[in-house]
Design a protein around this ligand. Structure first.
Ligand SMILES: NC(=O)c1ccc[n+]([C@@H]2O[C@H](COP(=O)([O-])OP(=O)(O)OC[C@H]3O[C@@H](n4cnc5c(N)ncnc54)[C@H](OP(=O)(O)O)[C@@H]3O)[C@@H](O)[C@H]2O)c1
Length: 239
């Protein structure tokens, strides 16, 4: 059983589709968008009737609830962190509430969840943890300084934590996209998105399936010797 945090999002949904096709049973996490995750659950249950698909709700801005939430997840062999949010403005205009939310959603709550889930992840001898990071964690980005900071911290965490759990057979990696065609980028007008596209050597934004491909690769039992890494899936952009 795998848990996909942010399964109600565009990238998380694509990961759910890809992992279900590969035979995984899944916990599908959401925060606000129950309608979308319910539709995903019904779709997967129809196509893969021998697998289990269970929806679970949890707001990562409530880190004190992480241990209790993790306790309801049974038989976890793999964890994918595909939840996330950003704010687009100058750093000097950031509020404490925004910076706190970025740190909780991308970093603190995932770390707390893993302290609870490590024991069950170790059981199979091939536990898997994948974060959806960002190339901004390495390159940085004006207007998204707080977001770039927590994305870089995800990679730093993975680099260190992978060394602690390698002997348990658990791999820990980041898949770090560039610009992906999802609702997270819906705030940008078509001209801005066209300008970004021009900068990308592959000449297009990523589709969520471009990201889920590498997540599925890292989830495989044979993918046991790659850990502590950040894979930049950017079409050659900024990497
Ligand atoms: N789109 C891009 O260009 C891009 C590029 C690089 C990296 N990424 C990263 O990829 C991941 C997925 O992004 P996406 O583009 O798929 O975005 P998305 O479609 O907006 O999905 C965001 C997901 O995060 C969940 N979420 C939001 N606030 C949350 C909270 N407080 N607690 C827990 N979960 C919360 C959402 O749940 P609900 O909808 O149910 O509230 C949703 O499932 C993020 O980590 C993002 O930083 C995206």
């Amino acid at each position: 059983m795998a848990v996909i945090f942010g399964a109600s999002g565009d990238i998380g949904g694509a990961i759910a589709q890809r992992l279900a096709k590969a035979g995984w049973s899944l916990y599908l996490h959401y925060t606000h968008n129950q309608t979308k995750v319910d539709a995903l659950q019904r779709d997967l249950a129809t196509h893969y009737p021998k697998q289990d698909f269970v929806t679970v709700a949890y707001d990562f801005t409530q880190p004190s609830e992480a241990t209790a939430f993790a306790a309801q997840l049974v038989g976890i062999d793999a964890v994918v962190f595909a939840q996330g949010q950003t704010y687009y403005h100058l750093f000097a205009d950031s509020t404490a509430a925004e910076l706190q939310a970025l740190m909780q959603v991308h970093l603190l709550t995932p770390m707390l969840l893993l302290t609870s889930l490590q024991r069950t992840l170790a059981r199979s001898g091939h536990g898997r943890i994948v974060f959806i990071g960002s190339v901004y964690g390495a390159s940085g980005s004006a207007m998204e300084v707080g977001y770039s900071t927590v994305k870089g911290a995800q990679s730093a965490f993975v680099h260190a934590y992978a060394q602690e759990v390698a002997s348990l057979g658990i791999t820990v990696n980041v898949v770090a996209p560039g610009a992906v065609d999802t609702q997270m980028n819906a705030m940008f007008d078509p001209e801005t998105l066209a300008a970004v596209k021009e900068e990308i050597p592959a000449a297009r934004l990523a589709q969520p399936a471009d990201v889920s491909y590498y997540v599925n690769m890292l989830m495989q039992v044979d993918a046991s010797y790659l850990t502590g890494q950040t894979l930049y899936v950017t079409g050659g952009w900024l990497a």
